[in-house]
Design a protein around this ligand. Structure first.
Ligand code: HPA
Length: 271
């Protein structure tokens, strides 16, 4: 990644009409329906955007969409890049740098995750309050990182408290149960063993998934305030573990998605 590449990518998008978006949104697995709320959408397929990673996972539509939600200019990633697809951490987080360069001032992230905290149930939403990086690397560990910002990024408050509190308040007003907890990111794509779920609980995770943390690290690198919400798609009880499959995860995410759309839309209205 070079500053010139970033420049070329953003120029392409600006020429397509991505005009000074204020808010960036990353939509997770099974959580693509927020795009139906975008007014006057302009789309750019990942595979057409210069220097973007090539989209692979079939259930992700793989495009960047610009438009308006609640009167705010947004840029939405419909589908994200994952380590388990064979990308590296720099590829995965490249779109975050692009959105920031386009002008976003806030980042909203969603994902599907497994519930490690057994007080949380399948279909619940969880505001990510903090995270544990178990992906074995950092999106900031590259030679020319100094051309993009600080190398040693503070992570004492990686998720914006103001936006998080606003989401909790909105959830209360809308009668949506929004849990709060720690998200652990793993590489995947295999799901966890019973021993791994036990380990995740012991180290303090409330949820586990295969995304989000690299993007949030880069958002912090860019001083970009972010919030993230997990849709809990399965209950990871090591003492009564049922086989999990991805179609089921997507189905549960889809059912919980309307609640997430309400939260994000209302937050966008207030930003
Ligand atoms: N583990 C890892 N990632 C996940 C899970 C899980 O149980 N559920 C949804 N994404």
């Amino acid at each position: 990644m070079t500053p010139n590449q970033l420049e070329e990518t953003t120029e392409y998008l600006i020429a397509k009409g991505f005009d000074k978006p204020e808010i960036g949104i990353v939509l997770g697995t099974g959580l693509g329906q927020l795009v139906a709320e975008i007014k006057d959408p302009v789309e750019a397929h990942y595979n057409h955007i210069p220097s973007f990673p090539l989209a692979t996972v079939e259930f992700h539509t793989g495009k960047l969409i610009y438009g308006e939600i609640e009167g705010k200019k947004v840029v939405v990633m419909q589908g994200r890049f994952h380590l388990y697809e064979g990308y590296d951490l720099i590829d995965i987080t490249y779109p975050i740098r692009v959105m920031e360069k386009l002008g976003i001032k806030k980042l909203l992230v969603s994902n599907a995750a497994g519930a490690i905290n057994l007080d949380f149930k399948k279909g619940d939403l969880m505001l990510i309050d903090d995270h544990i990086n178990l992906q074995g690397g950092s999106p900031l560990a590259f030679k020319n990182v100094a051309e993009f910002g600080e190398r040693f990024v503070d992570m004492s408050q990686p998720y914006d408290k103001e936006m998080g509190d606003a989401l909790s308040k909105i959830a209360g007003e809308q009668n949506i149960s929004l849990k709060k907890g720690v998200y652990a990111s793993v590489v995947g794509p295999q799901l966890e063993t019973r021993a791994e779920y036990r380990y995740l609980k012991i180290i303090g995770a409330d949820a586990v998934g295969m995304s989000t943390v690299p993007e949030v690290i880069v958002a912090n690198h860019l001083n970009l305030p972010c919030v993230a919400v997990s849709v809990l798609t399965d209950e990871c009880n090591p003492d009564n573990l049922k086989p999990i499959n991805v179609p089921e995860i997507i189905e549960v995410a889809g059912k919980a998605e309307p609640k997430m759309i309400i939260l994000f839309k209302e937050l966008i209205k207030q930003l």
